[in-house]
Design a protein around this ligand. Structure first.
Ligand SMILES: [Zn+2]
Length: 83
């Protein structure tokens, strides 16, 4: 049996899920991590979250669902936009 060393257990190696939303005041992107287990995701899915913004200092309200999707879709572009 061949062992694949470069394949970590994702559910244990990455317990957090990245959310992403856009600051309404500055238009900049804000990342936000939440526990990535299935129970938490299911619990938060239809809710809205509040998050203090590091760009404008205010607290923004955003839908978990859209932020979750943006976090996944934007993951590959995230590094480039932060640079
Ligand atoms: Zn902001």
């Amino acid at each position: 049996m061949t062992k694949t060393a470069s394949q970590p257990l994702e559910s244990e190696a990455k317990p957090f899920t990245r959310l992403r939303f856009r600051c309404a005041a500055t238009g900049k992107l804000v990342d936000y991590e939440v526990p990535g287990d299935a129970k938490t995701l299911k619990d938060l899915w239809s809710r809205s979250l509040w998050r203090s913004c590091r760009h404008c200092g205010r607290v923004h309200r955003f839908a978990f669902r859209s932020a979750y999707i943006d976090g996944i879709l934007g993951a590959s572009r995230w590094v480039a936009e932060q640079a």
